[in-house]
Design a protein around this ligand. Structure first.
Ligand code: HGY
Ligand code: MN
Ligand code: MN
Ligand code: MN
Length: 412
């Protein structure tokens, strides 16, 4: 059966995407499926049901990573992995992560429909907590699996409500019997929306992703002194929020000093006691920087603590910075990237090479397994936003490229 008529079913894929988007659906058309939440549990259950209905054997590791396996003709070969994540941002979109998992499911469904046996086994993966927005470590499940994050440290990490990863895993029954550790795999492919404007702007259907940019994340805490808004003169104030505000401005200035490649963000900020007539004594906030060049990320990572400390001293408050993680620019495997490039060309989809601005499970998986990613456009490049949207034909094209790349690798 030649490549041209091995077509995935775009309507079935779209239907699965819409069915998954029902779980954690938000009033403004997005999804809220926070990692290891009740909604994540429902998404996992629906994913497992769909996999088992296909005859795939589903196993779960100690970090809740789910692997749905389809045997190959040669059981001695290492499996080809493909997938992404089902957890979302607090007010996320329908397609970030879900596209890669459900396109992988569509690959499995198409192989069954066409009765195609592959040489190598295949494993479709749902990685736990890719987003990092609840427990502060992005790429958490894949990071433990790849040996980047120590499992004990991650299980002890707590969310804003004080719930640990271990408690949350047990809370939804997601902790599996298999060790979250690397096993022999032949390759990993991840389909994902670009989450940026380039493919749409250039009318490209496919992004051949050559790598992902470097990033570094901190948790910050400023400690000053709660005091009365009406009686505390400027000379006696130790205002944590003023210091945090100056640091937020510092992050923005450091980003802009790097031009259009710079990325610097303070995504959340909590003030205590958060009362209108109390000078805030505490401010907690996130800080992250990203850059395509590892050396520039390292410079940002050295400059920021120094400059932020100077601001804190000037405000007469204490600053604590806890670095959560950093990773360098991650180049993907040339052989796997070439399979993506060839699949897009064979299918006649306009494509271009691209470096990912977002982090993805593929970043950590690629430390253990030859890896490549496939991007599809998204409307206005918008993501991590409930208005995130793609067209059914864009999902179908991305899935078709995934299908061809996985088959080429599994039968080489
Ligand atoms: O932040 C990221 O890059 C990823 O989408 N969680
Ligand atoms: Mn994602
Ligand atoms: Mn995301
Ligand atoms: Mn991501």
């Amino acid at each position: 059966m030649s490549g041209t008529n091995r077509r995935i079913d775009g309507e079935r894929l779209w239907d699965s995407l819409m069915r998954m988007a029902e779980i954690g659906a938000t009033p403004r058309g997005g999804v809220r499926r926070l990692a290891l939440s009740a909604e994540d549990a429902q998404g996992r259950e629906r994913f497992r049901d769909w996999c088992e209905a296909l005859g795939l054997s589903v196993r779960v590791d100690s970090m809740g990573n789910m692997f749905a396996r389809r045997e190959g003709r040669d059981p001695g070969r290492a499996p080809v992995l493909f997938g992404s994540h089902l957890d979302s941002q607090p007010s996320g979109g329908k397609f970030d992560g879900a596209l890669g998992v459900l396109a992988g499911l569509e690959v499995m469904r198409t192989l069954r429909d066409l009765d195609i046996a592959t040489e190598a086994p295949l494993e479709l993966v749902n990685w736990t907590d890719e987003e990092g927005s609840r427990f502060g470590r992005s790429l958490m499940g894949s990071g433990v699996w790849a040996g980047v994050y120590p499992e004990g440290e991650i299980l002890a990490a707590r969310d804003a409500g004080g719930v640990s990863v271990g408690e949350a895993l047990d809370g939804i029954g997601a902790r599996g019997p298999h060790p979250a550790a690397p096993f022999p795999a032949d390759a990993y492919f991840e389909l994902h929306i670009e989450q940026g404007p380039i493919l749409e702007r250039e009318a490209k259907a496919v992004g051949v992703v050559t790598g992902a940019q470097a990033q570094v994340w901190w948790d910050a805490r400023v400690t000053g002194q709660d005091s009365h808004a009406g009686t505390t003169p400027p000379s006696a104030r130790r205002d944590a929020l003023v210091c945090a505000a100056r640091i937020v401005d510092l992050v923005d200035r450091m980003m802009r000093a790097r031009g259009e490649d710079g990325r610097g963000t303070v995504g959340f900020l909590q003030v205590e006691p958060n009362s209108r007539n109390v000078v805030p004594g505490e401010a907690r906030f996130s800080v992250e920087f990203r850059h395509p060049a590892t050396a520039e990320m390292e410079r940002l990572a050295a400059e920021f603590p120094r400059e932020a400390d100077a601001i804190a001293r000037g405000c007469g408050v204490e600053l604590e910075l806890q670095e959560l993680f950093r990773f360098p620019h991650q180049a993907f495997d040339a052989g796997c990237v070439d399979l993506v490039r060839q699949a897009a060309a064979r299918l006649g989809f306009p494509a271009r090479e691209i470096v990912s601005g977002a982090g993805h499970d593929a970043v950590y998986v690629s430390r253990r397994v030859p890896t490549a990613m496939i991007f599809t456009p998204c409307k206005d490049g918008l993501s991590h936003n409930e208005a995130e949207s793609i067209l059914p034909e864009e999902a179908e094209a991305g899935c078709q490229v995934l299908f061809e790349a996985v088959l080429a690798r599994a039968n080489r």
